[in-house]
Ligand binder design. Sequence first.
Ligand SMILES: Cc1cc2nc3c(=O)[nH]c(=O)nc-3n(C[C@H](O)[C@H](O)[C@H](O)COP(=O)(O)OP(=O)(O)OC[C@H]3O[C@@H](n4cnc5c(N)ncnc54)[C@H](O)[C@@H]3O)c2cc1C
Length: 293
Amino acid sequence: MRDNLIKLNIGEVKEIKLKDYSTYKVGGDSLMIFVNSVKSLIKLLKYLNVNSIKYKVIGNASNLIFSDSGYDGVLINLNNIKSFKKYSNYFTVFSGYNLSKFSMEVSNMGYTGMEFSVGIPGQIGGSIFMNAGCYGSSISNVLYKVKVLTEDYKIKTLYNKDLKFGYRDSIFKHSNLICLSATFKLDVGNINEIKSKIEEYRLKRFNSQPLEFPNAGSVFKNPEGLYAGKLIEDLGLKGKNVGGAYISEKHANFIVNKNNASSKDIVNLISMIKKEVKKKYNIELKCEQEIVE
Ligand SMILES: Cc1cc2nc3c(=O)[nH]c(=O)nc-3n(C[C@H](O)[C@H](O)[C@H](O)COP(=O)(O)OP(=O)(O)OC[C@H]3O[C@@H](n4cnc5c(N)ncnc54)[C@H](O)[C@@H]3O)c2cc1C
């Protein structure tokens, strides 16, 4: 398959170890294509669909649990298509752009609204898919519109209201749309206030999250009116492990890869937590992270 993909001449084709691409540092082998343009992406998708080859567009894989046995299809990486345009207070970026970098750049120009997202290690596309958020805000609060690629290879513009945003939810989770680029609408702010907000959030993150170990952020969504981390902590589960995967001592809604964990260790630890929470509180925790196999 690799040779056929190379022949398409649409970008770099690599045989990779998923471990090297996921923030959890788990996963077996896969093919990854770094497409070099939207035209190439369309050419690739047509080829994959005609040949019934499975695929997935990924961002920074900071919300994914790749399987130990790898991915027997093609992972599509949009990292090599990068652009950043400013028109008045509208900022358009391509999906492969790093969210934190974008947020720092617009913040440094004196625009407010993106401060919350400095420190979220995703790309723009993945973060819109997830409606990533924290500290009282989320992507849906600042996103104006997106360009998407539809299943029939058409490029369409969708506005915020069309994207069915919810808590860690968007239309992308329930469709095969690919997010190509995004336009954010930001307000001019006070640069000192923007900087101090960023510093406040950076410190909060540093003090509350186990950033010293590989992880993929919060494991579970918070049930309405409750905190998943508190439920897990109250069960005395902090520090419990399956193989090399541990429930963080610092934040009970984080699983950390402390000791060469396999993806199976992480998945089994997730099941164990769900079981305990269900038994004690009769609550079904919903996983925020996605298993890719
Ligand atoms: C230390 C740490 C802290 C974190 N803190 C937060 C936080 O505060 N708030 C928060 O919400 N999350 C947080 N996360 C989780 C994660 O960073 C976010 O969910 C992030 O937005 C995911 O972006 P990504 O590019 O890594 O997406 P990926 O994990 O690569 O992909 C996520 C999903 O998006 C899909 N996708 C990716 N790109 C596209 C595209 N262009 N078009 C269509 N679908 C696409 C993928 O197929 C996949 O289903 C944290 C993670 C870590 C490791």
